[in-house]
Design a protein around this ligand. Structure first.
Ligand SMILES: Cc1cc2nc3c(=O)[nH]c(=O)nc-3n(C[C@H](O)[C@H](O)[C@H](O)COP(=O)(O)OP(=O)(O)OC[C@H]3O[C@@H](n4cnc5c(N)ncnc54)[C@H](O)[C@@H]3O)c2cc1C
Length: 514
């Protein structure tokens, strides 16, 4: 970050995934430096990427309308350009002459990284100073280990929030560039998302407050089951991903609640929540180092796993027709709501990549499109880890029958989201393939309302997947690879097997979650 000027030049704040006015360093510093214009670029090429979707845009659109209201309250408004950023900068240069640009550093995917490099080149060519400010506790340049200690993150969290100067001097947006320009949609999604969370400051504050006042009381117990997680976790992820509230604001609020809570259950729940906020920052720090995580396996050799694209299997998985009721219920819940809890996201990935032997990239792309909270840093970390691409020491392949028995024992969630199975008795609700042929019609499993059989036998498929991984680990000179096969016979919850880490490859930094 270069020195701030006090030359009276126009100051332009470029909003990205930081759609708020509070605790916003670029806005604070720009308003302290001169007359300030607030801009946002709707980049249609970004919205054309395979990881993006209209459900995400609708959330962002809510946030932009809310941001505009917040700015209007301060005496300004948001200027919108439906254009590539370079085109927007050229237009601003023509209109304002020389200016200073302010934005947050963005830890995103390869597309936004390339876009930011183009912006840096444009600024150099046009003599424009671009101040970039860190966010989410991420430190640039990246350290050799690409990780940040918890202590330094704690110090970052406890720093005071950024404050706006009193009575800022605003440059008003061009009338024809108001939020009225925001497109109603940016692409046509294959699936609607009627249960999508609303974006904007108010819903974010409501989520935070209700979580800290009531919903979070059973956080640890509620987070694993799709039945209880829907209300039992904070549901702040899309707000964090798009910056409706800053990570520091959320962490400070939670820490204040933790500090006044007596030692015991509630104190521990808050501790667990703040730890997850740290993981978020940690994942972002890690993406700074592994910026090509959306394209390349962390351990290249794992790309040799036999996982060819099989369109029938892929469609069955992504459309919730695999024949494993909990898997299908979770996928359909995700279609509808644009959100799913951690454990079930992990299960969807392991079923797709290990059990159905599908390639990890299209699996990752489909899920990123479905997630309103798509955050490249967390997403690709998790996709690589659960698909075995990261050389992780612990490999879990979630058994959908065991998970269902543990997390949805009465089949409530499954019956709600897979109505074809509504009449199936408890005995077979999680294993409809085992229903005797003579009884299927009695439970409504005929004709159009039929429910598919799984493509593969779960046990056999996983044994094969683990054997293939063992073979690659063996090639890497690892000795404990047989552990996969021995343990694959165990019907344990979220079965665990361990192998030593591959030589010269770092295992994932993600702490264990259970
Ligand atoms: C395959 C897979 C893909 C995922 N993709 C995303 C994604 O694109 N965006 C996303 O926000 N989360 C992702 N997650 C992590 C996690 O599932 C979500 O953060 C969580 O379900 C969001 O709900 P919440 O805000 O109610 O979570 P809470 O439990 O209330 O957590 C609060 C916040 O902590 C952070 N957090 C929680 N878990 C993790 C984690 N394991 N690693 C890093 N940060 C975490 C998130 O910012 C979250 O909003 C993914 C997990 C998996 C297994």
């Amino acid at each position: 970050m270069s020195q701030l000027s006090s030359s009276g030049l126009p100051q332009v704040v470029w909003f990205k995934r930081d759609l708020r006015v509070q605790d916003h360093a670029p806005l604070s510093r720009a308003t302290a430096s001169g007359p300030t214009l607030c801009i946002y670029a709707v980049e249609l090429e970004y919205w054309d990427q395979p990881s993006t979707s209209d459900r995400q845009w609708q959330f962002v659109r809510d946030c932009l309308l809310s941001l505009d209201e917040q700015l209007k309250f301060l005496g300004s408004a948001l200027e919108v350009h439906v254009a590539p950023v370079i085109e927007m900068l050229n237009a601003l240069h023509l209109r304002l002459g020389q200016f200073t640009l302010h934005s947050h550093e963005e830890t995103g995917g390869l597309w936004t990284y390339a876009r930011d490099r183009a912006v840096a080149a444009w600024c150099r060519d046009h003599g424009v100073t671009w101040h970039e400010y860190p966010q989410n506790g991420v430190v640039r340049p990246v350290s050799r280990r690409g990780r940040r200690s918890r202590d330094s993150w704690d110090a970052w969290v406890s720093a005071p929030l950024e404050q706006l100067v009193k009575n800022p001097d605003w440059l008003q947006p061009a009338v024809e560039q108001s939020v009225l320009l925001l497109p109603a949609g940016v692409k046509t999604d294959e699936l609607p998302c009627p249960g999508r969370q609303s974006g904007g400051l108010q819903p974010a504050l409501e989520n935070l407050q209700s979580f800290l006042a009531v919903r979070g009381k059973g956080y640890s117990a509620n987070m694993s089951s799709p039945l209880t997680a829907e209300l039992g976790t904070s549901r702040l992820s899309p707000h964090i991903a798009h910056g409706t509230l800053s990570l520091r604001q959320i962490a400070q609020t939670a820490l204040r609640a933790k500090n006044i809570a007596p030692r015991g259950h509630w104190h521990n729940q808050l501790h667990s929540f703040v730890t997850r906020l740290w993981w978020q920052g940690s994942a972002m720090q890690s993406l700074e180092r592994h910026s090509d995580s959306e394209l390349r396996a962390r351990v290249q050799l794992m790309e040799q796993l036999p996982r060819p694209m099989d369109a029938a299997r892929f469609d069955a998985w992504r459309l919730g027709r695999t024949g494993w009721p909990l898997v299908d219920a979770c996928m359909r819940f995700l279609h509808y709501n644009g959100w799913l809890n951690f454990r079930m996201r992990a299960m969807l990935v392991t079923i797709a990549t290990h059990t159905l032997a599908l390639p990890w990239r299209p699996v990752g792309d489909w899920l990123s499109k479905m997630f309103v909270d798509f955050e490249p840093a967390i997403h690709y970390n998790q996709i690589q880890m659960h698909s075995g691409m990261s050389g992780n020491q612990v490999l879990r392949i979630y058994n959908p029958v065991k998970q269902a028995l543990d997390l949805d024992p009465r089949g409530e969630f499954v019956r709600r989201w897979v109505p074809e199975l509504a009449a199936v008795p408890d005995e077979w609700i999680f294993m409809p393939w085992a229903i005797p042929e003579t009884l299927r019609a009695e439970f409504g499993l005929i004709g159009e309302s039929d429910y598919p059989m799984p493509f593969v036998d779960f046990e056999d498929a996983n044994r094969a997947a683990k054997a293939a991984i063992s073979e690659l680990h063996y090639k890497l000179g690892l000795t404990a690879a047989h552990g996969f096969n021995e343990r694959s016979r165990q019907m344990s919850r979220g079965r665990r097997t361990t192998t030593p880490k591959p030589p010269n490859e770092k295992p994932f930094s993600q702490p264990t979650l259970f």
